[in-house]
Design a protein around this ligand. Sequence first.
Ligand code: ZN
Length: 230
Amino acid sequence: MTAPTELLDWWERGEQHLGTALGRVTDEEFGAASLLPGWSRAHLLAHVARNADALVNLLGWARTGVERPMYASPEARDELIALTAARAPAELRNDVLSATRRLAGAVREMPESAWSVEVRTAQGHTVPAAAVPWMRCREVWVHAVDLDAGVDFTDVPDDVLAALGDDVFRMWDARGQMPDVTVFAGDREWGSGALAVAGPLPVVVAWLTGRSTGEGLRADGPLPALEVWL
Ligand code: ZN
């Protein structure tokens, strides 16, 4: 297995995109609500920073063969995020950017052979290390929207949007939670259920990822409630 070049490109652009969104948030706005229920922007950014560290752990595990979980436990994860979110805005901003740089460094250190080494995610899934850039990619593109800093799904490249749609359906399939829909966006199509749902790709992906209730979609009947994605 080689380094996932396309994914690395999407991921790097996603980090830049998130950095741009972050640059628009003033210190005073850190405490205000993000678009994720119950999470302030500071909490969301803290999660993004600690997620980068967690993925550095997985890449280190793949590179060295020494098991390093993303987080010691779910409680430890929540505690780390809460501690990070309590920092002053300038510190938190630096923390996000330096955690991102550490992750970029860990990616550069990966020998080709290490990308196929299997590691375990915080959800307990066994994946090759090559899946890690995608795990980060979906975090940065979607949380840039959640930050409520003036970017939305129309700012996400079509290829990344399509991959997000694939990811949502893959998750539902794995958990036996497939909704009874067939979803159309341009030349993309997901599912094989009874209800046809169609719309522009950004609108579709906002709905599939739980970031909208389906405004702007066309359907033959009422939209179903969707299971959460992640
Ligand atoms: Zn996240």
